[in-house]
Each structure stands twice: as structure tokens, then as C-alpha cells.
Write a protein that binds this ligand. Sequence first.
Ligand SMILES: [Cu+2]
Length: 350
Amino acid sequence: MKFSRSTIMFLLLSLVVVFSAIAIFPIFSDAESEPKTFVTHSGAVVRTTGEVIDPLYTVSTVEFDPMEYLREFNYGKVSQLSDGTTVREYTIIAEDDKIMEVSPGVFYNVWTFNGTVPGPTIRATEGDLLKITFINNGSKEHTMHFHGIHPAGMDGVFEPVGGNGGRFVYEFEAGPVGVHPYHCHVMPLEEHIVHGLYGVFIVDPKEERPQADEMVMVLNGLDTDFDTENNFYAANTIPFYYQHHPIQIHTDELIRVYVVNMVEFDPINNFHLHGNLYKYYPTGTDLVPSFYTDMVTMSQTERGIMEFEYDFPGKYLFHAHKVEFSEKGWIGIFLVSDSTEKTPEESSYE
Ligand SMILES: [Cu+2]
């Protein structure tokens, strides 16, 4: 019996496929069949096959409240030099062993600055001297790389800080005016960012921006199965959070949102506001808005400041107009109440 050349090629290829499957499959099946048990922050005992948990974790938990994060700014410990310069000192601690329930039943190994994803919003005024004591309590090397203007040795790229207590003090002058990201800059960079080592750095102009209800939104994604594609998207880490817990604002009140896109893997993200348009200041470096729009599109680490006020009370959506992202969590609601009507809490003080 004689085989044709193509039949022999087919048989050889089949053998390669079969042997590859035998070689690879046990690794996957081991990883997926090994059950792990841990206790969530709400006290529930969870068993998982390892599909959503980074196998390199040690069990600890983290609590994060997106509503608290929204309007929380860290101005540091303030002192003054003899020449009148304001000095702001911050302590930022990195860790990489925490587990967070990012969505009901979905657990994720978060790498944190000061225990949260995103890390604290560091805020200063242009010209202030910043001293950021960075402590790495993680198991891997990490850094803090600030976008902005500073000396080369303060860039958080060529000075990796070792884990288990490594330290570095970043010292530079705050500038330029605007909203900037900071993030770890250790390779593989995508991994260090997507696990959560980033935050927002706001530099206020010396002459303050007008009074407003200010908030920070970090647009982020969660790759819960480690295939370098995001499974969830959010503003401030928890998918759908501001849809289930609308952000309460008032009519005729200036709202200022510092928005930073930290989504990895997907080349773009965007921000669409309903029933309104906003003034948009790209990177916030100019005090005059560049656009009046209801939609901006941002690539990785692109950011800006949005300002708007609502004339009419009611519920208004805000979300990625990249529909896939909004359907996977990056969506929220502004609940606008009439500023002339007082809440029961406000009336009780009269
Ligand atoms: Cu890192």
C-alpha cells in the first residue's frame, strides 16, 4: 500500500498536534482543576479553580469604595522652607499580594499603592516641592514614574526599588499645571499597570480654578483571566459601580472631573456625557478649554479635565461610547437634584 505525499504530511502534522496537546494540556488542566479556598472581605468562603486568581498570590484582602475615592485628594504633609516654598511630603507603599472582589464573585490579584487601585490622588500646587517616600513592600521590584517635568534621576524608570522594604525618595517640583498619571515603570510594564499600580497626580495652578464639585475618574480595565484582553472595564475599578450607586450632584453647580485613561491592551477609550456637553481641557495644562463636546477619545494615559453643570434635575448616564466597554462595566449615572430643593439632611441643620 502506497501513501501519497499529502497523506504523509497530514499524518505527520496530526502527530505534532497530538504530542503538543499532550505536552500542554496537563499544565492547563492542573491549573484549572486545583481548587483554592479563601475568605473574602465580606467573610464569604470562596473556592476557585484558579481561573480568575493569579496563581502567585498570598491571601489578603483589600476594601475599596469608589464613592470615597471619587472625591478624595491627598495633599500630603505640608510645611514651608525659609524662602516660602511649600513642601508636601507623601508616603506611598506598594504591595502586590492583595485579593479584591472586583465584581460579585470575581476576585482579582491587585497590586496596590497605599492599598488601593487606583492609588491615592496626589495633589499639589505648581511650584511646590514634593517629597514622596516610596516603600516597596511587594515581592517584585516596583517604582513610581510620574508624568510631568522632573530631573532624570527622579523618573522612576532606571531606579528599580527592590521588594520587601526597598525605599526611594522622589523629590521634584510640582509641574506643569494639569492632571497627570503616575504608575510603576518596571518591566513587563503591561503586567505592572494592569494589576493596578497607577494613580492620579493633580497640579493646581497658583491662581486656583473656580470653585467646583471636583472628582477623579480613572478609566481602567481588568484582565481577570490573564489572556492580555480586558474582561471588565470601569471608571474607578469596580464595573457598573456608579450605575448602581449614582453620583449625586446639583443643578447649577460647576462639576469638574479629572479623567485619566489607564486601560491597557485596548488602544482607545472614551467618555460620553448624556443630556449635556462639557468643556474639555486636554491634559489640563491650559486654563482655556480646547473643546466643547459630549465625547472625547483617549489613548493610554491620555487625560484631561471636564467641566459642566446641569440645568435640569434627573438621571443622566455617562459611559464609554465604545459600546463594548460600557456593556462590560464602564458606565455610570449622575443623579442631578435641584439645587433649590434641600435634602432632608441639609434641612435638619436649620
Ligand atoms: Cu511594578
